[in-house]
Design a protein around this ligand. Structure first.
Ligand code: ATP
Ligand code: F6P
Length: 462
């Protein structure tokens, strides 16, 4: 039976029109929305007008003067760039059944926004304007240093030059920028973020999909933080190859639990060793036992973090499932993301129940989550943008702590192994035998990388 998402039910198409002066976090917000909606199986894509502009104006390096409102050539290139982006977005809506398209540009004037509004209405697309308004000069300088001075616009340019030139670019934009306001735009659907999320103004949010986007954006913050992920220590069921259940830790699993505080401290580093983490576990014994030696007072249990419910197969080994339910066994291998155990759950079901966890994770700062193989794959897929047909096949070994550090356009990953042996619970496609994946693509150990490498990666990702 096909499973419908909310976009099918409502049959809506939404265009999120970003609005804001340069260096206000528009691209970052746009990319996060695309990642979040894609994770929920809602087809989404970002159309970044800056990239179109760079494709059109290739002959000379761009300086602030290009953005001077008196510069006629600059104005023409910029108009062409936005026209092309909109054209591609409309084509994507119609030819590829896109559901949420994001037009990532400054969209600075009311006139430009009215033109986009008309076009959306003609094409039966709901426009929602998303303005990031910010007058915190320190933050803007920080944003320029973090992402703008290393942008392709300033390749091989001196840092000071890039900073000053970008500030001048902002000044040109300020000459004609028109902010959004309930009094001037009473009929528009919009969300306005003021100084990140110190104030949020909402106007005429109507459909369910719009409200999901709004709620997500309202929860975002930009404070630096890390998220630690770990599976529970090896359990007695893991030793016998049984899935599901509510078993205790094995002797090696307890050793991992005892070592976990030390692994966390190591990953925090000397200067942050007093950081207070909040620990989230599932309601199952093995995750709580794994958390029991952690010296943090705030430990919360979430039912939503419980392992994939294997229904009638709970407590069986994969070999037993293959013998007793061969068709199910094959169906699961053929489409592991969609396959729902008899009387149990699919990976898609887990993603749906994890949505509140993701919302809360976006709001929170440093969190350590101790959960289970399937749930961890889904969480990891959200942060690392792993496509859903691949995520259920990711290798996430036992006795390994994963640290995620969200940065402007990517998430850094480091993996800390406990050096305590554990069985493998990984089953490759086409077999019922357990054994580690030959090519563990997603979780290859990666050292924390230095800042300049990080900028390079961030810009590639952009
Ligand atoms: P441009 O118009 O030049 O493309 P932009 O508005 O798209 O700029 P980004 O490239 O997304 O800006 O800037 C990313 C930086 O903005 C990051 O350092 C991020 O921490 C910061 N940021 C994210 N959200 C916000 C916000 N709501 N307000 C201000 N800064 C933000
Ligand atoms: O064996 C560990 C386990 O957490 C099971 O309880 C669960 O059913 C399974 O992993 C999920 O992994 P997969 O989806 O690869 O079968």
């Amino acid at each position: 039976m096909p499973i419908y998402s909310i976009s099918h039910v409502e049959n809506v198409r939404v265009c999120v029109v970003m609005v804001g002066l340069p260096a206000r976090g528009k691209s970052l917000i746009a990319q996060k929305i695309v990642r979040y909606l894609s994770w929920l199986s809602i087809k989404s894509k970002c159309f970044n007008v800056g990239n179109y502009r760079r494709l059109i104006a290739t002959d000379s390096p761009i300086t602030a003067e290009f953005f001077d409102p008196q510069n006629q050539d600059g104005l023409e290139v910029r108009q062409e760039a936005v026209d092309r982006a909109i054209q591609d977005m409309m084509k994507w809506f119609s030819d590829e059944n896109g559901v949420v398209g994001i037009l990532d540009a400054t969209n600075s004037t009311r006139e430009r926004r009215q033109a986009i509004l008309r076009l959306c209405r003609e094409n039966l697309i709901e426009p929602i304007f998303l303005e990031s308004w910010c007058n915190d000069y320190e933050l803007i300088l920080q944003n320029i240093a973090d992402v703008k001075t290393t942008s392709p616009d300033y390749q091989n340019k001196d840092l000071d030059f890039a900073t000053q030139d970008f500030l001048q670019r902002i000044k040109y934009y300020e000459q004609y920028y028109e902010t959004m306001d309930v009094s001037t735009d009473p009929d528009l659907t919009f969300i306005k973020l003021v100084n990140v999320n110190s104030q949020i103004i909402l106007n005429r949010i109507e459909s369910y999909l719009e409200s999901r986007i709004v709620y997500y954006v309202m929860n975002l913050h930009i404070k630096p933080r890390s998220i630690w992920l770990s599976r529970h220590g090896e359990s007695e069921y893991n030793l016998t190859g049984q899935i599901g259940g509510d078993a205790n830790l094995s002797e090696r699993g307890w050793r991992y639990a005892k070592k976990l505080p030390d692994l966390v401290l190591k990953s925090l580093g000397e200067e942050n060793k007093h950081t207070n983490l909040t620990v989230w576990t599932s309601t199952l014994k093995r995750t709580q036992q794994t958390a029991s030696f952690l010296p943090y007072n705030r430990k919360l249990q979430w039912k939503a973090l419980d392992e994939l419910d294997a229904g009638e197969c709970d407590g069986m080994t994969y070999e037993e499932i293959e013998q007793k339910f061969p068709d199910d066994f094959k169906a699961r291998d053929d489409n592991k993301y969609e396959y729902r155990y008899r009387g149990g759950e699919s990976y898609r079901d887990i993603v749906i129940r994890l949505e509140p966890i993701i919302m809360e994770l976006e709001r929170q700062e440093n969190i350590l989550i101790i959960t289970h193989q399937a749930v961890l794959r889904c969480l990891y897929a959200y942060f690392m943008n792993v496509p859903q047909e691949e995520s259920p096949w990711m290798s996430i070994p036992l006795h390994t702590l994963i640290k995620l550090e969200p940065r402007a356009y990517l998430t850094l990953v480091s993996r800390i192994k406990a050096d305590i042996p554990a069985v493998s619970t990984y089953k490759e496609k086409g077999t019922s035998q357990l054994g580690e994946q030959k090519d563990g693509n997603y979780l290859k150990s990666r050292d924390l990388i230095n800042d300049s490498e990080m900028h390079k990666l961030e810009n590639q990702a952009k």
